[in-house]
Design a protein around this ligand. Structure first.
Ligand SMILES: Nc1ncnc2c1ncn2[C@@H]1O[C@H](COP(=O)(O)OP(=O)(O)OP(=O)(O)O)[C@@H](O)[C@H]1O
Ligand SMILES: O=P(O)(O)OC[C@H]1O[C@H](OP(=O)(O)OP(=O)(O)O)[C@H](O)[C@@H]1O
Length: 225
């Protein structure tokens, strides 16, 4: 007989890199250690010092999907990723906490010297390359600017340099990536940070185990705000 769902370890979905790295101190604040570093290992399921908690390593953009379907009880995802996901799949995910990690901003950027203000005032269509299609459409619709969106999956900074787009919508933190590619930010769209997300069914059926972790994350992230 298969074990009851409540006997399975709680599953936390994380992406490797900055979100994994910045989540380690939050887990430590909850008394949980992770022995393996996913950047140095090929393992996708990582045990923790708590036998009742395991971590799965997925692509950043896939974290909300694992949580929505309950394959992970909870996860951590950037607001950028989450907003795109929720626009297409509004149900099943509860977002209790802003963890104040992986902070950056979503911004419009263009080639240095491109007259963005004139381009948006002229009423002609602007070609915008981005991974963030929903946020981009909403931003320009609110400004009353007509755009053609070109969906990309990475290296957006290249698009204005090779004539694929007039502008990009991408994440900016230090500004070093824009600078290195002779681009400049011309408009901020939204501040971005990572959120704890929880499967709504898990929150009901596994709250005795989930809630102490949610509370510990909330305390640790409030201290960072
Ligand atoms: N330069 C940055 N500074 C701070 N936070 C960032 C930065 N770039 C991205 N983030 C945040 O970290 C999250 C994860 O980014 P990461 O670079 O690890 O994955 P990704 O490369 O965007 O995803 P994928 O591998 O699926 O393409 C983003 O969704 C965003 O919220
Ligand atoms: O303003 P900066 O500090 O330069 O940060 C901005 C860069 O960070 C992100 O890329 P990331 O480092 O995650 O690379 P990736 O998209 O290739 O994963 C983002 O897509 C920008 O390219």
């Amino acid at each position: 007989m298969s074990p009851a769902r409540n006997d399975k370890p709680l599953t936390l979905a994380l992406s490797k890199g900055r979100i994994f790295d910045e989540t380690l101190p939050l887990l430590a604040a909850a008394g949980v250690q992770v022995a393996e570093d996913p950047s140095a290992s090929r393992k996708l399921i990582l045990p923790t010092s708590d036998p009742g908690l395991q971590i799965i390593i997925v692509r950043a953009t896939d974290v909300p999907t694992y949580v929505q379907y309950g394959a992970a009880d909870f996860g951590i995802a950037g607001k950028d990723v989450l907003d795109e996901h929720v626009a297409a799949n509004p149900d099943g995910i509860y977002q209790p906490i802003d963890l104040n990690i992986a902070r950056c901003r979503l911004a419009v950027a263009v080639r240095k010297g491109f007259d963005y203000q004139s381009a948006v005032q002229q009423g002609s269509r602007l070609r915008v390359a981005t991974k963030y299609v929903q946020a981009t459409r909403e931003h320009f619709a609110a400004k009353g600017v007509h755009i053609d969106v070109i969906k990309l999956y990475g290296s957006m900074e290249l698009a204005p340099l090779v004539g694929l787009a007039d502008a990009i919508v991408d994440l900016v933190s230090t500004g070093n990536t824009l600078k290195a590619n002779n681009l400049e930010a011309v408009e901020d769209i939204a501040p971005i940070s990572s959120r704890l997300i929880v499967n709504q069914a898990s929150l009901k059926t596994r709250s005795a185990r989930l809630q102490p972790l949610i509370d510990a994350f909330a305390r640790a992230s409030a201290a960072k705000a």
